[in-house]
Write a protein that binds this ligand. Structure first.
Ligand SMILES: Cc1cc2nc3c(=O)[nH]c(=O)nc-3n(C[C@H](O)[C@H](O)[C@H](O)COP(=O)(O)OP(=O)(O)OC[C@H]3O[C@@H](n4cnc5c(N)ncnc54)[C@H](O)[C@@H]3O)c2cc1C
Length: 497
């Protein structure tokens, strides 16, 4: 590790715009080097903040003193494997998602793996999850429980991880292979003596709440750099559908858009994505056409709310029939032909998929300026999974509370699994109202059996919110990892408010 001398360096911040400080920085290039740095930090009592590509929206990678450890140099592809009627790609954890995906597509060999690579291509296998920020690293995606618009059909990032080489906070290494270490009624005991207790019930914040039957990999996923570091990751490849149709449908109001999106659920199976955006979100996208090239390539947006949907599969006739039926439904529900965009060519799909990404990007930059250009605040959003609450009810509660709060903002999210984000654009004197708003929605999500901070993690930005809902028993599961000394200065410890 070396001293951090420049306090303006990019490693002191992430996409949440939270700004921290580091005493030391390290950029290991192998698991061995990584373990050495972590062991040294442990012996010197330093907290360690792990950094992938720092595209996180919750400030999880932002250090507040101690060591900032970047995985940026751990970006090698390690190999392809075939087994159990499936294929697997092993890579170091700092490789960006786009590079891992590209590797499977570009015509280059891997020595003895060349035959496997050919079989992967012949069988149309690939890494299916599509979180929209493609510069994010595999390790960052795994550690923040990432998911893409298509997670209902192909699972989250961690569902598609079959193995992890993990460095514990004291520098010891463990190897987690899916199926080999599973929680029982009393918890989980690993061969190296590490014992993680079982905790009864369900934790509203942590996806890694250890219920019996849970795999060690799923326990480590979503741990946001608290329990150690992923050094290497093995991805399970899936058959990628031969054909995808993507379409954007615009309606005069959010209520009509929601009714249409709810009807689309009858195509579950072939419906791989279904995201709704309210009128304010579409307005922000339209204004963004002047700022983002991905949006400039699209026609002006109708003054409306939108539903973005993808259907995918291998049967072109069935897909075209479904698309035709959806267009008919759209027209029966009051939609106009000129208010639909649809395409199946890769460049068209990419263009339409950029709607979600652009919205995240625009919301993020707008919320930094407090929506007014006056205040420097972090991204403020309410990102919850609404569990068993009906999608209609969850959507309405998000919209109604936003309206009643008097704060500017917009709502969007996945209709298929009831995950909605409210991006808030408060003025400076609305900041405490924004916090209150987030508590109300998080409480409703938890009462519905869902989860708070479910999409981008707790990190440091959501620490204050999370404290309202934290179950102290969770600390018992984390203790064995570092004997009570948290690796990253997350909300259990003394990170600044
Ligand atoms: C415009 C935009 C669009 C986005 N779209 C999506 C989306 O569609 N879906 C989605 O899920 N997210 C999305 N995100 C959020 C972000 O991309 C994800 O949270 C991503 O997983 C972060 O990866 P990263 O490599 O940048 O990690 P970082 O931001 O560097 O770190 C994130 C967290 O993971 C920890 N961490 C990083 N690497 C490791 C490792 N190797 N081992 C252990 N812990 C580690 C860090 O300590 C931190 O707590 C978006 C962000 C932006 C800015």
């Amino acid at each position: 590790m070396k001293l951090c001398t420049d306090m303006n360096e990019s490693w002191l911040s992430d996409e949440s715009r939270l700004k921290g400080r580091a005493d030391w920085v390290a950029t290991p290039s192998s698991p061995l080097e990584m373990a050495k740095e972590i062991k040294e930090a442990h012996e010197r009592g330093l907290s360690v903040s792990i950094q992938g590509a720092r595209t996180g929206l919750a400030g999880g990678s932002v250090p507040f003193g101690g060591l900032a450890l970047s995985t940026g140099r751990m970006n090698a592809i390690l190999g392809l494997e075939a087994g159990n009627a499936s294929f697997f790609l092993k890579a170091q954890s700092g490789i960006p998602l786009k590079d891992a995906k590209q590797f499977l597509m570009r015509p280059c060999g891997l020595g003895k793996n060349l035959q496997v690579l050919e079989a992967v291509r012949e069988n149309h296998m690939g890494f299916a999850p599509n979180p929209s920020e493609k510069t994010a690293t595999l390790g960052g995606l795994f550690a923040s429980g990432a998911r893409g618009l298509n997670s209902i059909s192909c699972g989250s990032m961690s569902d598609n991880v079959s193995g992890v080489t993990w460095i514990l906070p004291d520098g010891r290494q463990i190897s987690a292979v899916r199926g080999e270490h599973v929680f029982g009624a009393d918890g989980l005991k690993l061969p190296n003596g590490l014992s993680i207790p079982r905790v009864n019930g369900k934790d509203p914040l942590f996806s890694q709440f250890p219920a019996p039957g849970m795999d060690l990999i799923d326990f480590l996923a979503g741990s946001e750099g608290r329990l150690g570091v992923a050094a290497e990751i093995t991805l399970r490849l899936q058959k990628i559908p031969d054909i995808t149709w993507s379409a954007a449908y615009f309606f005069p109001s959010s209520d009509e858009a929601l009714a249409f999106a709810a009807e689309l659920r009858r195509w579950r199976g072939m419906l791989h994505a279904c995201e709704i955006m309210d009128e304010a979100a579409v307005r922000i996208l339209d204004e963004g056409r002047l700022r983002l090239p991905s949006l400039a390539a699209l026609p002006p947006f109708p003054n409306a709310a939108a539903v973005y949907a993808e259907i995918a599969g291998d049967d072109s006739d069935a897909l075209e029939e479904a698309l035709f039926e959806q267009l008919e439904l759209f027209s029966r529900m009051g939609g106009r032909e000129e208010d639909t965009w649809a395409g199946s060519a890769p460049n068209e799909i990419e263009k339409f998929q950029s709607l979600h990404h652009s919205l995240m990007e625009l919301g993020n930059t707008l919320s930094v300026s407090g929506g007014t250009g006056e205040a420097q605040v972090c991204r403020i959003s309410s990102d919850n999974f609404y569990g068993s609450a009906s999608v209609e009810k969850a959507w309405k509660i998000c919209r109604l509370n936003l309206k009643e709060s008097g704060i500017k903002g917009f709502v969007h999210g996945s209709v298929l699994d009831g995950r909605f984000s409210v991006c808030l654009l408060p003025t400076l004197n609305q900041l405490s109202g924004a916090e209150e708003f987030r508590i109300i929605l998080a409480r409703f999500a938890l009462e519905s059996g869902g989860a708070a901070c479910s999409d981008y993690g707790v990190g440091k930005v959501n620490r204050k919110l999370a404290k309202n809902f934290l179950r102290p028993e969770m600390e018992e599961c984390f203790k064995p990892f570092d004997k009570g000394r948290r690796m990253s200065n997350s909300f259990f410890l003394e990170a600044p408010e």
